[in-house]
Ligand binder design. Structure first.
Ligand code: ADP
Ligand code: F6P
Length: 323
């Protein structure tokens, strides 16, 4: 028989993402709509182990939908990777009456939720990461805002790059995943896109292309470089020396993780947070919410964590044809 849930806990974990607040709001509002109580846990699993737990009333999540970051703060917690830490976390949940937990974060955070589920705490993961790198879902909360923030910034770099007839290398976030780089590369009309998924890119080919395009009268050359490739400043020096074209590196950095979420992020976060609550209320556990083929769906965390996702090769081919 499904375990009845009375109190739902919610935490945000790993890198923050715009839209996490909308997801927290949705968890709280849907839980109250379903007649449940809610407790907030600050700073992810670190806060759980430190018992930084408080009552989240329905009105405490008013006016947060449009705010970037997470009102619950976020953290990384090495102690929670240990069996001891996980057992302690499950005990603390029981002590505070938390019988269902919504974990908003990425794959690492879901691995933590999986461990808690095995220890008897019903858990559901909600995908919150700007990286779009969770395999079971076509959408992760924060990606839309982050990629639009990066795109707008790159447009600005492009203007000055054209005025000075320079090559610009613009580094975007994505340590292991190149979605932001690929989407910006296409949206900003970049000449080259470097993705961590294609780590062995050919720098000489780019150099030859810059020289050829300059001869054709091209005024600028934009390279979008994902964080996972990195080294944009030294790359700029090498390219300038080899091509004779003035080259500058711009690292966009953490500005991509902040800011008010887009409409899409707010709506998806609301649907996903609310659905996580419904799953817990149905007695489900060890699930992760996702969006696939036009539908919000849930997946088993064990299965979700072993799925693989790469950038779409057709998108990569298309971006190459555009440059
Ligand atoms: P993300 O959730 O964005 O992938 P991390 O990989 O940094 O971010 O994971 C966030 C937190 O989740 C970690 O700091 C840790 O507390 C917890 N975590 C990650 N992997 C595991 C694991 N295998 N077992 C238990 N907890 C984990
Ligand atoms: O939020 C995702 C991400 O931006 C990754 O692309 C990057 O590897 C990571 O966060 C870096 O986060 P932090 O510096 O906070 O560990």
């Amino acid at each position: 028989m499904a375990k009845e849930i009375n109190t739902i806990g919610v935490l945000t974990s790993g890198g923050d993402a715009p839209g996490m607040n909308a997801a927290i709001r949705a968890v709280v509002r849907k839980a109250y709509a379903n007649g449940k109580q809610v407790k907030g846990i600050r700073r992810g699993y670190q806060g759980l182990l430190e018992e930084d737990i408080f009552d989240l009333g329905r009105s405490s999540v008013g006016d947060i939908m449009d705010k970037g970051g997470t009102i619950l703060f976020t953290a990384r917690c090495s102690e929670f990777r240990t069996e001891e830490g996980q057992k302690k976390g499950a005990e603390i949940c029981r002590k505070h009456g938390i019988d269902g937990l919504v974990v908003i974060g990425g794959d690492g955070s879901f691995a933590g939720a999986q461990k808690l589920a095995a220890l008897g705490i019903n858990t559901v993961g909600v995908p919150g990461t700007i990286d779009l790198d969770i395999a079971c879902t076509e959408y992760t909360i924060g990606f839309d805002t982050a990629v639009n923030t990066a795109m707008t910034a790159i447009d600005k770099v492009r203007d000055t790059s054209t005025s000075h007839e320079r090559c610009s290398i613009i580094e975007v976030m994505g340590r292991n995943a190149g979605y932001i780089a690929l989407w910006c590369g296409i949206a900003n009309g970049a000449e080259a896109i470097l993705l961590p998924e294609n780590y062995d890119y050919d720098e000489q080919r780019i150099i030859n292309d810059i020289i050829a395009k300059r001869k054709m009268g091209k005024k600028h050359y934009i390279i979008i470089n994902a964080e996972g490739i990195g080294h944009s400043t030294s790359m700029a020096r090498r390219i300038e020396a080899a091509t004779g074209m003035e080259t500058r590196a711009t690292i966009l950095g953490y500005m991509q993780r902040g800011g008010s979420p887009t409409c899409r992020d707010r709506v998806y976060a609301t649907m996903m947070g609310g659905m996580a609550v419904d799953l817990l209320c149905e007695g489900r556990s060890n699930r992760v919410v996702g969006y696939r083929n036009g539908e919000f769906k849930d997946f088993d965390i064990d299965e979700a964590l072993v799925m693989n996702k790469g950038v779409e090769s057709y998108m990569v081919q298309m971006s190459e044809a555009m440059s």
